[in-house]
Design a protein around this ligand. Structure first.
Ligand SMILES: [Zn+2]
Ligand SMILES: [Zn+2]
Length: 246
């Protein structure tokens, strides 16, 4: 399995691309979240948007889904298949509410979400498989009232999505994974919807050693700044497009 981050920036990033990871395994390519910056990065990697098949959506904040309209239209106009969206069953309708104003009306009539994407509504605790890898959607705490999800691939990785620290979940699952891809706002102030560096540093070292930090602010957009941090920290900041082999 190979993982590459298409972007590592938080919602307010101007210098970075927004947070999204690409998981490649046995001729499959799963992209976690689809911000608008993805299409530009995929283009640079020589991957046409029409080659995007599998996308997992963690939650509906704009910096995680605002590339879906372009992805859906591109597949219709230039592709020969619909991208598949894996998404919490209760987020399917809200997702269409965000996309509908720009996607419902077309020259060939009115369209629905299913006209653009193959939708796989996910239930909590029910595994799904892509390319022989078994995935489990986890519920995370991000913003009160909002459904937000992480992704667990036992034997490989846990991906937190946007989330406050769920210490219990990490204590329960860290032995089942080689790598924990965890969001961290990296700000000195407290942000109640995200994980702070002090939350990460309060974990047992054996867990911190498995952590790559993502979704950070532009103060770490510079590679040298990240490397300086990484020299002094157990948990490391992931670099965009760094090749992670699992
Ligand atoms: Zn975000
Ligand atoms: Zn968010």
């Amino acid at each position: 399995m190979q993982i590459k981050f298409l972007g590592t920036g938080d919602m307010f990033s101007f210098e970075q691309d927004h947070n999204s990871a690409m998981v490649e395994y046995a001729n499959t390519r799963l992209i976690i979240d689809f911000p608008e910056s993805n299409s530009k990065v995929l283009h640079k990697l020589g991957i046409p948007l029409s080659d995007v098949r599998d996308v997992f959506i963690t939650h509906l904040h704009d910096d995680h889904i605002n590339g879906l309209q372009q992805l859906g239209y591109y597949a219709q106009v230039f592709g020969n298949h619909k991208p598949t969206l894996y998404i919490h069953e209760q987020l399917v309708e809200p997702l269409w509410c965000t996309l509908e104003p720009g996607m419902k009306y077309t020259v060939s009539g009115e369209k629905s979400l299913e006209d653009y994407f193959d939708i796989v509504p996910l239930q909590e605790g029910v595994l799904f498989s892509i390319g022989g890898i078994s995935y489990e959607m986890t519920r995370t705490q991000h913003v009160p009232g909002m459904i937000s999800c992480g992704l667990l691939a036992r034997g490989y990785f846990y991906y937190s999505g946007d989330s406050v620290m769920d210490r219990e979940l990490l204590l329960d699952t860290h032995e089942d994974v080689k790598l924990i891809l965890h969001e961290c706002h990296m700000q000195d102030v407290t942000i109640n919807s995200h994980t702070s560096l002090s939350d990460i540093e309060a974990l047992p070292e054996s867990i911190q050693e498995k952590i790559l930090l993502m979704h950070y602010h532009d103060g770490f957009a510079n590679r040298e700044v990240r490397e300086q941090f990484n020299n002094e920290s157990i948990a490391k900041l992931v670099h965009p497009l760094e090749v992670i082999e699992l």
